[in-house]
Design a protein around this ligand. Structure first.
Ligand SMILES: Nc1ncnc2c1ncn2[C@@H]1O[C@H](COP(=O)(O)OP(=O)(O)OP(=O)(O)O)[C@@H](O)[C@H]1O
Length: 300
């Protein structure tokens, strides 16, 4: 379990986080999604006790991270895959950490296999690793103490499609076994395939959160009637905002039942009423975060 309550972080006059709250429950993968500079890393660093917040608090398994006994055996963290000593081999790094954590040395070989670092790769110095190999090693490192919580900052960065596929499976299995996962990304496609819940952040504020279904529903419904003008009037009378969709139907910002009732009350016959679907979620994400990146890169 991870609880983030009203976190605020200021660097001088710059507000990096503004009243950020969310929770991650056991058995679920939470995708933490936002453009570059939105505040994802800052939030994760605060959760892991590496950066002090200006206000609010974060707890992991009921305590602030710094007060957890033997945190490495309870919380697996991957914040920066390049943070390992470049002169050591992957196997050495894991063996050393296993000793510190008191983990079974056999676990190192098991994890090297699990993350797809074969003998040749495991015996190479990390300085020569690609980013994808560092991410695999970082994930093995996070899993070493057999934790029940994983906190991963952009773990798919640098992974090839096969690597991303493999990582999704690993995280799903971890959650299905009762684990709690928080993973960040700036790519909607990357997290929507694996996350049960999404927390969307833009300019240091949580702009939306919920299950994928809830967010898709909140992105509206597509509705079409034989008489579009009458439908528009019915929606306006019911206080429902609607805009013209890309190819005919209106995009109404309300749940399907409310839209259906508004049309029925005005005697308008509908010929289509359905969730705005994935495209709607993408639109929602873009509209919620557009203009919030501080490097102009935007979100794909
Ligand atoms: N140590 C620091 N000093 C000053 N400003 C900082 C510091 N760390 C982060 N920031 C600022 O806080 C904001 C949030 O940064 P953060 O790294 O948390 O974003 P992010 O969502 O993780 O982005 P990215 O995907 O690019 O890593 C940015 O405006 C960043 O410039």
């Amino acid at each position: 379990m991870i609880n983030v309550e009203n976190l605020t972080k200021r660097y001088g006059k710059h507000t990096a986080l503004d009243d950020v709250s969310f929770e991650c429950r056991p058995g679920t993968v939470t995708g933490f999604l936002g453009p570059n500079g939105a505040g994802k890393s800052t939030t994760m660093r605060i959760i892991c006790g590496l950066t002090p917040p200006t206000g609010g608090r974060a707890t992991v398994l009921g305590s602030p991270y710094r007060r957890l006994g033997n945190p490495g055996a309870r919380v697996g963290v991957l914040l920066d895959a390049s943070a390992q000593h470049g002169g050591r081999t992957g196997r050495e790094v894991l063996r050393l950490s296993a000793r510190i954590l008191g983990a079974d040395p056999g676990r190192v070989e098991e994890l090297l296999g699990q993350v797809g670092l074969g003998d040749a790769a495991a015996n190479r110095r990390i300085g020569g690793y690609s980013l994808g190999m560092r991410q695999r090693l970082g994930l093995a490192h996070a899993l070493l103490g057999d934790p029940s919580v994983l906190i991963l900052d952009e773990p798919a960065n640098g992974l090839d499609p096969e690597g991303i596929h493999w990582m999704r499976h690993l995280l799903r299995r971890f959650a299905e076994a009762g684990g709690t996962v928080l993973l960040s990304s700036h790519l909607l496609r990357e997290v929507e395939a694996v996350a049960d819940r999404l927390v969307l952040i833009g300019s240091g504020r949580v702009v939306a959160q919920g299950t994928l279904d809830e967010l898709v529903a909140s992105s509206g419904v597509r509705v079409r009637a034989t008489d579009t003008l009458a439908l528009r009037a019915a929606l306006t009378a019911a206080g429902i905002d609607a805009e013209t969709g890309a190819n005919g139907p209106l995009l109404a910002h309300a749940e399907a039942e409310r839209v259906g009732r508004a049309a029925a009350a005005a005697g308008v016959a509908l010929v289509e009423l359905r969730p705005a679907d994935d495209g709607g979620l993408e639109q929602l994400f873009l509209s919620l975060t557009t203009g919030t990146t501080d490097d102009g890169k935007g979100v794909r």
